[in-house]
Design a protein around this ligand. Structure first.
Ligand SMILES: Cc1ncc(COP(=O)(O)O)c(C=O)c1O
Length: 403
């Protein structure tokens, strides 16, 4: 057996979600699956598409093009044009992938070699470090600070760069911290990437969920920089997790390399859903639905934030600027627990997540999963049904909490 794989733990938030699903009393605030289904138009369009294919006797049984269906790639390119007035070439600069997850793998594989260093904010989405380790690259964690609203300090990035640095991962809006990067920070990081020859891989899957400030990426700088890879997906904005559709956009040599790996790995993706998905990307009615959903998630996060803030067990210094999550520091909670409880797990986040689950039937994810800097935190998902937010707030009002 491969030693590196053996050292990597199973995907914890999925395991917690399975445990939560087994008990109807548990309020599951552990998994980043939005409560809302896909925009209303999806079902109808999908049914009509399949019906039309059947009536013409051409059900999509053939292999799809490896790069992705041309109509979907064109819709992706048009989306960037609509949002940023910059259009990638859909033939050469766009690749449709098995969710954003595959695009993360392809970026690391194509842009670095064994032993190269990959910069990852600490904490940040867990897949980055796992992929980097599985591919025998070296993860270099750069801690972020709550005083900076969990945004990387460019000085810390500068200090971490050396001649083996190949990639800087940015997840903005960020899972799990709720950080949203400003235009100024992007500019500074972009200049660093250009000067030092590394690539910024910006995972934008939560770009539809920003609260009170705009979403930025480096396209706002009015040109498409060669050192940029953008990753996105249908999973969050359109709540189409099960369709497993994402994409990456980058300069032609990067997409050409990614295509080789993608083809050898998957041959191609399923063909029966790509065309329908493409029709959503630039549709004003669909856009309106996604704005409504984002507004609801923002309000729910505020309600949960206030409920947590009202309790002395949680310290929550920042209301999330984007994404689906809250990331409270749970050391006060941990300190109120018995010694026996405190010694159950290595980190306060694990102890508190377990206590919350066993004593209060609230499922959250311990923060160490997102990097060592998350050890004192838990991740709480706010993108759940409104009734679950209500039930969670009711439980949070119960006294005493740490018995
Ligand atoms: C930051 C981030 N990137 C990527 C993904 C994976 O997305 P997909 O379902 O498109 O593979 C997730 C899923 O939770 C995520 O939170």
């Amino acid at each position: 057996m491969n030693r590196v794989i053996q050292e990597i733990p199973h995907y914890l938030s999925k395991k917690i979600a399975d445990l939560a699903a087994a008990d109807p009393e548990v309020i599951n605030l552990s998994i980043g699956e939005p409560f809302f289904g896909p925009p209303g138009q999806v079902e109808k369009r999908f049914a009509a598409f399949i019906q039309e294919q059947i009536s013409r006797g051409i059900l999509p049984n053939k292999y799809a093009p490896s790069r992705g269906e041309p109509s979907l790639r064109l819709a992706i390119a048009d989306r960037y044009h609509r949002l940023y007035q910059l259009k990638p070439n859909p033939e050469t600069e766009v690749l449709v992938t098995h969710g954003a997850a595959e695009a993360i793998w392809l970026s690391v594989l194509c842009l670095s070699e064994i032993g190269d260093e990959i910069l990852i904010p600490d904490p940040s989405y867990m897949l980055y470090e796992t992929v980097v380790r599985l591919l025998n690259r070296v993860p270099v964690r750069i801690p972020t600070r709550v005083e900076n609203e969990f945004v990387l300090d460019p000085e810390d990035v500068k200090a971490a760069i050396n001649d083996r640095t190949r990639i800087l991962f940015i997840n903005s809006p960020e899972n799990p911290t709720g950080a949203v990067y400003s235009r100024e920070v992007f500019r500074t990081l972009g200049t660093m990437a250009e000067m030092n020859g590394f690539v910024i891989v910006h995972d934008e899957v939560y770009d539809g969920f920003v609260f009170g400030q705009p979403h930025y990426n480096l396209l706002c700088e009015a040109s498409w920089p060669p050192y940029l890879v953008l990753i996105n997906s249908f999973s969050k904005r359109y709540a189409m997790m099960g369709w497993r559709l994402g994409w990456m956009t980058a300069a032609e040599p990067v997409i050409s390399a990614a295509l080789k790996v993608h083809t050898n790995l998957t041959l191609n993706l399923g063909s029966f859903h790509q065309e329908v998905a493409g029709t959503l990307l630039n549709d004003s009615e669909v856009e309106q639905d996604t704005i409504t959903h984002a507004g609801q998630i923002g309000r729910q996060l505020t309600i949960l934030y206030e409920a947590l803030e009202a309790r002395e067990e949680f310290h929550i210094a920042m209301q999330p600027k984007g994404g689906f999550f809250l990331f409270p520091d749970v050391r006060p909670y941990y300190q109120m627990l018995s010694r026996e409880w405190q010694q159950k797990y290595p980190t306060p986040g694990e102890v508190v997540a377990t206590h919350l689950f066993e004593k209060h039937k609230i499922a959250v994810v311990p923060g160490y999963v997102y990097g060592p800097a998350g050890a004192n935190h838990v991740r709480v998902v706010g993108a759940v049904a409104a009734i679950d937010i209500e039930r969670a707030c009711e439980r949070l009002q119960n006294q005493p909490f740490t018995q």
